[in-house]
Design a protein around this ligand. Sequence first.
Ligand code: SF4
Ligand code: SF4
Length: 761
Amino acid sequence: MAEKLGVYICEGCELAKSLDTQALAEHLTNGKYSSQCAVVKTSAVLCAPEGVDMVAADIAAEGLDGVVLCACSPRSKWDVFKFGATQVERVNLREQCVWSFQADPTFPDLLQTMAKDYSRMGIIKCLKSKNPNPEIPVTNKDILVLGGGFTGLNAALNAAKMGHNVILVEKDAALGGKAAGMLKTFPMTYPFTQAQDTGVDKLIADVTANSKIKVYTSAALAKLEGAPGLYTATVTSGAGEEQLPIGAVVLATGWKPIEGSFLAPMGYGKFKNVVTTAEFEAMAKKGAITRPSDGKAPATVAFLLDVSMAVKAAEAALAAAQAAAAAAPAEAPKTGDACETAFVYKNMESAKHLAYSSELNSLVALKQAGYVREKNADASAYILYDHMMVPGINERYYRAAQDNPGVMLSKADITEIAQDGDGGILVTAKNTLLGENIELKADLVVLPTGMVPVTALEPTINLQYRQGPAFPDLELFDGFADSNYICFPYETRRTGVYAAGCVRQPMTLATAYDDAAGATMKAIQCINSANRGVAVHPRSGDLSAPVFNFQRCTQCKRCTEECPFGALDDDEKGTPKPNPTRCRRCGTCMGACPERVISFENYNIDQMGSAIKEVQVPDTFALGGPRVVVLVCENDAYPALDMAAFRGKKWNPYVRFLPVRCLGSVNAIWVADAMSKGIDGVMLLGCKYGDDYQCHFVKGSELCNRRKINIAESLQRLGVEAERVEQYEVSIDEYDKIPALIESFMENVIKKFGPNPFKGY
Ligand code: SF4
Ligand code: SF4
């Protein structure tokens, strides 16, 4: 713990224009922490070299082990205010106090009171904190690449080029994956108008010739035990079982075609000459394009992208399944066809087009229409689409197809598919670009292929974690192994495992090429972080990790169950067994623990509770107004507040903000501390949760909302209205909403319920 502090108050950035910095310095010099604050000074511009040098000189002369900088947001000048081993606590007087201050003429001293509160909160936080000094494990730097398709091959080569040994595990007998079965792929080079060779043969040759890459084919990852930097992978192959030390994993297991029965309402499986794009590609790769019914070359091929007929049938099936489930609840299937179908149905609710891979299906139709023309110059291809999705540079490819005289494209809603006497397929459509309904007779009809990530269908990673062998909550991401598309591509909910290619989302080979590089970089970053004892994204570089006071542990298992990343295993009694390199330092376990067993050296229950107690609470509203504590998530909400202040927004002056790592780290005791002190309300400001979640720790804000129900029950037992604690969702770009959000809490909660009954005790 810091014991001898220096406190510095900046007068720049217009702080001294409205704030009496000298009076603030006096308050801190003579206040309750005077014995710990060896130095209290003001500075004209604290971030200027003179200011920084002054702090450094005081540290050296006075032997300060902590400095409290009352200036701008900790998100500003973080690179300037670094003083070696001396702890630094930032007090955000600029954005959250002076710039956003909304005066209330009833209480002219409000700004000064607020600055004093924040400064004392900063001082106590620094006093109750110490620099983490974790044990650094000796880690392994080898990378396991799971999947030897286009993405996995590129990932393996990338990792090898970066100096890492690579274990490449492929379940098939040969490398190449789906790309090896393609005749061509979409344009990857200028002028982006022609399909081209996939290049997979060269990739395979490069990988097999690379001495840093050890390839296992017809192989599987039977077990992955341990933690990032310290994994042991059990690989089974024809040669038997091998145990290999691994640092991190690139998951590139790719996709499988969607269950064929989904397309049955469109004639698939019923009419021989209705095939999928996957089957058509295999045919083209083999050589000739022929009709399955008679082996003749088709003169007319229709590619149908509108699958609403199948969607409607799936919706009806879903409704029937839901009704049956409601009548007799059953365990939901986890793997296999039933699970795949469930994913399809789920997607049907919001999509008229084929769930999974609609952009790819547009591109595949363009490519395969090209095959039709290349193989037979007299043949015609029709592409009937609901949505032609060709974003970015692929617009050029679409235009090239439009210029092909034998390719006809039209928007169309398919209404009927039937077979005539000679095996031809009659396609009826409405709402076409011709302005009239059409009936088209095609020799062959090609339906799109839904790409289902392998992780949705079969065990892939086989983790030996307490929370189970697979990635949790894949349903949230339609089965794709990605934990947060918005902010952290490649990251799964298992630290050290990074997804790339079509197991992460449907994508072209060009995108998969970039993906392989991105996921490899993340894997290397993870190994290097483990090697330095620091966290990976989003708290990159954080040395702190949860510390457990096991004597108090009741083995309730809340922490092991609620950790979003499966970082905690447990022993046979249920005592948690931490794995620091799996941990992302979110603090969700600390928020979960009812016994206050878990803390961080620089973020803990006592520290935050003490900071809350530094908010000065007037005995009545008439003596200084109400007080509300806002626990603010550092990831989105806190930056949003800063941005609001930067844009000149002002807000109610009776709130006090306290940053938290994630709303998941909020322990109920902090709310109890606030209420017992007479604070009138607590706002919890964090990321969106639910299907469209943005929580940087996946489910922290959701867990907080669930725990809020328990908090409400406790408050009610105490005779305090549960409504005094409310959670709000704010994304980083919703800064302009914040003042109104605070105001509505003041109006609808604080005004309505009046002073906290504990006030004045
Ligand atoms: S800090 Fe977060 S990731 Fe680490 S053990 Fe606790 S809940 Fe899990
Ligand atoms: S939540 Fe706390 S009491 Fe429960 S198992 Fe974890 S450390 Fe022990």
